[in-house]
Design a protein. Structure first.
Ligand code: GDP
Ligand code: MG
Length: 463
């Protein structure tokens, strides 16, 4: 999978070598090429559009550290967006139910459902030490039940027999009952598919879903159908509460558009990919690994990560120095908020500051990005003089700033009050250093409340 994208990306991104910094101008051509590459890979258009816009915004906001080239930074941005589009992290199969955990398979004919049932049973036995009972509710396709019986024997899973004159829902109920009485960990239910989405098939799978109440309802889809895979997944997702997707036949798909589109179009995670015809050919879906495979530039990505981590540390250290010296005005405060946003939010920065490790995670999580944006907007609407001497901000100025930033005078009052308190704390801190401040603050943390609450420090300020 992704061979085509790999070739295109390598060419395109290497073109940016030697450029001084990332600008709208010099990323323009590269982004156009990236866009073409994604379209050629049969990624769905809305996904391509959002991908390009996100990369553009991210890239322009990105500082190019001295030891890096813009091309390297752009590669990292593209890499991160690839990971994000595919769903960030692997989502595991959820089997946390009173046994048996029921897994229902849905999908078009030929998508790989029956094969995937066997692969999954094998994977569960080998990786999770779970015994699965397999049953086929496909009474339409000749030999479908027989196919599953053979596969079950091959993977050493118990097979619950059914016949084509039975009713699918009755088969499912009987299998569930058997699985319960024999203490099976998992019941995997294979179903019939049609060549196209049709009402009768949807009704049947819905009836099966209602009878079984599965903890996992997996949509099985052929990777080679590209962006159509995402659209079919959406149609099924609208009819059934899907919990995930198995993307099959990725071994034969050089383009990979489905892998990049499904999450975005359906909101459902790809949990596994089929990578061959054999019953061992099933792998959990790891966005990070696949993104690295697409770009085939793992060394660049880790280099950029390392340098950026270092720069973050230096920035944090500089900030601590500045805090210690005092003389910290609203403009500094704004820079600090913005910097935090680019560093993965408040929580990210807090971890880098000395002494911050002791702050409980839920306190860090209180910091909210929307509030950060509002604060920045308010400070942006001030004149330089107002930022340096907030005391001069009175009636008319307040109204002007609030209007200019789309906020209320009360919001501004709160910001000013909080900033004044922050300066007070910083003056105290001058003598004792950061550690002392942290100790002082720690006792008060619970009282600080949520964002924008009175009496607390403003969000964006390291607590
Ligand atoms: P169903 O109609 O949805 O039950 O589909 P099947 O499980 O019968 O699979 C249809 C065909 O696709 C079979 O020939 C399988 O061997 C093949 N197949 C399923 N998964 C994969 C896969 O991941 N890779 C490859 N190469 N073939 C697959
Ligand atoms: Mg089948």
């Amino acid at each position: 999978m992704f061979e085509n994208l790999q070739g295109r990306f390598a060419k395109v991104l290497n073109n940016l070598r030697g450029q001084g910094r990332l600008t709208e101008d010099n990323i323009q051509d590269t982004l156009r090429e990236v866009r073409m590459a994604l379209l050629e890979a049969d990624v769905a258009l809305p996904v391509v559009r959002e991908f390009i816009e996100t990369v553009r915004t991210q890239a322009l906001g990105e500082e190019v550290a001295r030891s890096l080239t813009p091309g390297q930074v752009l590669i990292k941005v593209v890499h991160d967006e690839l990971v994000r589009v595919m769903g960030q992290a692997n989502e595991a199969l959820d089997l946390a139910a009173q046994p048996p955990a029921v897994v229902l398979m849905a999908g078009l004919q030929g998508s790989g459902k029956t094969t995937s049932v066997a692969k999954l049973a094998r994977w569960l036995a080998e990786r999770q030490n779970k015994k699965a009972l397999l049953v086929s509710c496909d009474i339409y396709r000749p030999a479908a039940i027989e196919q599953l019986r053979t596969l079950a024997a091959e993977v050493g899973a118990e097979f619950f027999p059914s016949t084509k004159d039975q009713d699918p829902v009755a088969i499912a109920r009987a299998a569930l009952d058997h699985a319960k009485r024999h203490y099976k960990d998992v019941l995997i239910v294979d179903t019939a598919g049609r060549l196209h989405i049709d009402a009768a098939m949807m009704d049947e799978i819905r009836a099966l879903h209602a009878a079984l109440d599965p903890i996992e309802t997996l949509f099985v889809v052929d990777s080679m159908t590209g962006q159509d895979a995402a659209n079919t997944a959406k149609a099924f997702g609208d009819a059934l509460p899907l919990t995930g997707v198995i993307l099959t036949k990725t071994d034969g798909d050089a383009r990979g558009g489905a892998a990049l589109s499904i999450r975005h179009i359906t909101g459902k995670p790809i949990k596994f990919i089929g990578v061959g015809e054999k019953t061992t050919a099933l792998e959990p879906f790891y966005p990070e690994r696949l993104a690295s495979r697409i770009l085939d530039m793992g060394d660049v990505v880790s280099l950029v990560e390392e340098v950026q981590r270092k720069v973050d540390h230096e920035e944090a250290a500089r900030l601590v120095q500045k805090l210690k010296k005092g003389g910290f005005d609203l403009a500094d405060f704004r820079d600090q908020i913005k910097q935090m946003a680019t560093m993965g939010g408040m929580a990210g920065l807090m971890d880098k500051l000395p002494g911050m490790g002791q702050i409980p995670d839920q306190v860090k999580a209180q910091v909210n990005d929307k509030e950060m944006k509002r604060l920045v907007a308010m400070i942006d609407s001030m004149t330089p003089k107002e930022r340096a001497f907030p005391d001069i901000i009175k009636g008319a100025r307040k109204r002007r700033i609030a209007a200019g930033s789309g906020t209320q005078v009360q919001d501004l009052n709160r910001l000013l009050k909080q900033f004044a308190q922050m300066q007070k704390v910083m003056k105290k801190m001058k003598g004792g250093g950061m550690a002392k401040m942290m100790r002082g603050l720690k006792g008060r943390l619970p009282g600080m409340g949520g964002m924008g609450g009175m009496g607390g420090l403003p969000p964006g300020f390291p607590r």
